[in-house]
Design a protein around this ligand. Structure first.
Ligand code: ATP
Length: 428
């Protein structure tokens, strides 16, 4: 038994197979075949070519630069600091116009600090020494008591007086939401030797002084009011400015370079980056400390310590461009045609193996090979492997079109039918 099986297989190995087309007058398979063809054509045209622009080669913008500049003034009046006029050089940190910047909206100043001994009011004498991370100086070891009965606080050597406990009640730079930020972005797509800026190309020298970004009216104006940015991100600037927060500005370039230079323009998206699912998180807000140092007439060193709350802006750029190229077009057309063959294979399987008259069609199709007619299961599997292979070719070619490589070779084995991609082998 086993011997005749292997002899049969060996004999079939040296059979030469040629294509044969039979016209099956079967309406159901015919309609199925046309529907599959329609679906594949729709997929190729609609998805591969129109939606995914399979006729273009693409490039990601790796080179991009962002420069920012803020304008606007706010006045604060506090008991510690008196009246202060805040300009961009005071409230923008760092001031040199980076893509990540912090705008002060609230602050606590501890003015005229001098090096010396003073009580660290936040550390009681009974507190564990290991908690001294809270301390703003070196502990002298003395306990400062107001009277005999009080617990007392530790004395430190550091910048005195130390910062008082502060819970912000509301923002001090109330005009901060009217500050404007000018975002200058340059992007380049090296593959297409294309570069552009987000600043509208106009000869009107006053344009930047007058314009403010608006999705509808001025989508290409690069000057944004801070209050509008947070509003577009879905938050109120005044609410954010008491404890601070973080906002992401995404500049998105999605350019179809076939449409020309003037149609390549950025889109802006705004999101709050420090949101949390729970409102009760202890991570809300954004603040840090910095100091300004100075000397008095006698040469003594002083400093003013600022604990600043504010909004941190993070400008991110994403760029993608596409341009017509014959190579991805040819690859996608070829892979589309290959996929058409999958419809014919599927219908062959239905006709030869699932229909009642499958035996009849098989007899006519596999003429001269008893072995193939008898081993239905083996050949059904072979067909399925071939179908899977065709789909693989399509997917593989589709992904390769990005890299412009060649198409993979057919890997059909001896017992699989080497099918033609022509569509007319079954007609309804
Ligand atoms: N944040 C901003 N808000 C409004 N207008 C701005 C802002 N930043 C810059 N501009 C205006 O945009 C134009 C171009 O700015 P740019 O920094 O290139 O030139 P500039 O002459 O150095 O600006 P300036 O001296 O006014 O800061 C200038 O008219 C400037 O006043």
């Amino acid at each position: 038994m086993a011997g005749s099986f292997f002899t049969g297989r060996l004999a079939a190995l040296f059979d030469y197979k040629t294509e044969k087309y039979i016209v099956a007058q079967n309406k159901r398979v015919g309609v199925l075949y046309r529907l599959i063809q329609l679906f594949i054509i729709g997929y190729i045209i609609g998805w591969v070519f129109l939606s995914k622009k399979g006729y273009q080669e693409t490039d990601e913008a790796i080179q991009s630069s962002v420069i920012t500049k803020l304008k606007g003034v706010s006045v604060t009046n506090t008991t510690e600091s008196g009246v202060i006029v805040w300009g961009p050089e005071d409230y923008v940190i760092p001031p040199q116009g980076e893509a990540v910047l912090f705008v002060v909206t609230n602050f606590l100043e501890t003015p005229n600090q001098k090096l010396g001994y003073c009580p660290e009011v936040r550390i009681l004498c009974i507190d564990d020494f290991r908690l001294s991370a809270l301390s703003s100086g070196i502990r002298s070891g003395r306990c400062i008591r107001k009277d005999e009965n009080s617990t007392g606080t530790c004395e430190i050597y550091g910048w005195c007086p130390i910062e008082r406990n502060f819970k912000p009640q509301g923002p001090l730079l109330t005009n901060a939401e009217n500050f404007t930020i000018y975002i200058k972005n340059f992007i380049s797509f090296a593959k297409f030797t294309f570069s552009k800026s987000n600043v509208l190309e106009t000869t009107d020298k006053t344009y930047l002084k007058k314009c403010r970004y608006d999705e509808e009216l001025h989508p290409y104006c690069p000057i944004f009011r801070l209050g509008d940015i947070t509003r577009r991100a879905g938050y109120n600037f005044q609410d954010m400015s008491t404890f601070g927060g973080s906002i992401g500005i995404m500049i998105d370039w999605d350019c179809n370079l076939d449409k020309g230079y003037s149609n390549c323009n950025p889109q802006y998206h705004f999101t709050r980056l420090d949101t949390s699912v729970s409102n009760k998180t202890i991570a809300t807000g954004f603040n840090f400390r910095h100091a300004r140092y100075f000397k008095n007439g006698g040469g003594e060193s002083f400093r003013s310590l600022y604990k600043v709350y504010g909004v941190r802006f993070n400008i991110m750029v994403h760029g993608k461009a596409g341009k017509f190229s014959i190579i991805p077009t040819a690859i996608n057309v070829a892979s589309g045609l290959a996929l058409m063959g999958a419809g014919a294979f599927f219908c062959d399987m239905v006709l030869l193996y699932l229909m009642k008259k499958g035996n009849f069609y098989r007899e006519r199709k596999f003429e001269g090979s008893r072995y193939e007619r008898q081993h239905t299961t083996v050949f059904m599997i072979c067909h399925m492997v071939h179908l899977k292979h065709l789909l693989f070719i399509h997917i593989h070619q589709h992904s390769l079109s990005l890299f412009h490589r060649g198409t993979p070779k057919s890997a059909c084995q001896d017992n699989c039918e080497e099918k033609s991609m022509e569509q007319g082998n079954l007609t309804s």
